[in-house]
Design a protein around this ligand. Structure first.
Ligand SMILES: NC(=O)C1=CN([C@@H]2O[C@H](COP(=O)(O)OP(=O)(O)OC[C@H]3O[C@@H](n4cnc5c(N)ncnc54)[C@H](OP(=O)(O)O)[C@@H]3O)[C@@H](O)[C@H]2O)[C@@H](O)CC1
Ligand SMILES: Nc1ncnc2c1ncn2[C@@H]1O[C@H](COP(=O)(O)OP(=O)(O)O)[C@@H](O)[C@H]1O
Ligand SMILES: [Mg+2]
Length: 282
């Protein structure tokens, strides 16, 4: 049995960086979130709002044209760039250097989006979080994994993980296969579930926050925004992953007495990020 390190409050306090009173939005990090497609703009909208609420100074979003007005209306604090195509992403272009990029939520898997992702990963040097359709496309094009910056963070749920590493026959086998994949590609793997494990090479962490209220659409999209935000705020990739997963679970633990399991939705995660941060300082 390999040792498993619990992600608890004392572990978090070793990594958490309280805000500098003299900071300003220009040094709080600029994150870029890329994703969305017709009918799934909600995913990238949730991710971008969560990114802001996790403390990033500036957040930009790259969406297909159908997402432009939706994001500007739903999250006015976010800056919006759009693709030439209406329904899905075909060519990712932006004229600034973000501190971190999160890509994949709601992005879809159109063949033109495959091409856009290929071009993007071939040239990108910015620290990266990849989720959802970003992972689904990569799992069909594993030769592109060599282009990724070291310690890129993958956030697969069970099905997305299976698409990347293949089937497993036990929990131990699943962990060994994920460790091998992490080492082979120099990636941080956030294995979402109940509980979530984080694998960084041979090191395994197990989260201690969160509950079944999180079993609802969009909570993974929120997590992507939160981890991208922390990465843009200069946390090391492993610290961004650990702190993001812990705070995300904490939002559900804090909300539970008011929402119960059933009526909790992904927006309740976002609404409780502030209380989750405050609980670290108690
Ligand atoms: N509002 C929006 O715009 C939203 C948009 N979204 C976007 O939609 C896109 C598709 O993403 P997706 O995750 O729904 O589809 P997909 O990868 O086929 O996985 C689904 C299948 O995987 C399984 N499965 C999943 N979790 C599991 C678990 N914990 N444990 C075990 N199994 C698990 C389960 O399979 P089953 O058990 O049925 O075989 C399930 O049927 C993507 O871009 C995403 O960002 C969503 O974020 C929602 C909100
Ligand atoms: N029963 C559960 N207990 C704890 N966490 C859960 C549970 N079910 C889901 N989650 C968490 O909710 C999130 C779901 O992510 P994901 O499946 O990608 O959702 P979506 O794609 O709809 O945003 C993950 O962080 C996962 O760990
Ligand atoms: Mg997801």
């Amino acid at each position: 049995m390999r040792p498993i390190l619990p992600i608890n409050k004392s572990e978090i306090l070793k990594r958490y960086k309280p805000i500098n009173p003299n900071t300003h939005k220009g040094i709080q990090g600029h994150a870029l979130l890329i994703g969305g497609s017709y009918g799934k703009i909600g995913a990238i909208s949730l991710a971008s709002k969560a990114c802001l609420k996790t403390g990033c100074g500036l957040v930009s979003v790259f969406v297909p044209r159908c997402g432009y007005k939706i994001i500007q209306t739903a999250v006015p604090e976010v800056m919006v760039l759009n693709d030439v195509s209406v329904k899905y992403i075909t060519r990712i272009v932006f004229d600034f250097v973000p501190n971190a990029i999160g890509i994949g939520p709601g992005m879809g898997q159109d063949i033109e989006t495959h091409t856009a992702l290929h071009r993007f990963v071939k040239t990108n040097k910015v620290p990266l979080v990849i989720d959802a359709d970003g992972l689904n496309i990569l799992s069909q094009n594993k030769q592109w994994l060599t282009f990724l910056p070291e310690k890129t963070i993958f956030t697969p749920h069970q099905k997305e993980l299976e698409r990347l590493i293949g089937q497993w026959d036990s929990i131990a086998d699943k962990i060994e296969k994920t460790i091998a994949f992490s080492k082979q590609n120099n990636l941080i793997m956030v294995m979402k579930g109940a509980p979530t494990f984080i694998i960084d090479g041979d090191t395994i962490y197990e989260n201690t926050t969160g509950n079944a209220a999180l079993a609802t659409a969009g909570t993974g999209d929120v997590l992507t925004g939160m981890i991208t935000s922390l990465l843009a705020q200069s946390y090391d990739p492993i610290d961004a992953a650990i702190l993001g997963v812990y705070l995300h679970g904490l939002t559900a633990d804090i909300a539970l007495p008011e929402t119960g399991y059933q009526s909790f939705i992904a927006s309740d995660c976002i609404a409780n990020i502030g209380k989750a941060y405050l609980s670290l300082e108690k």
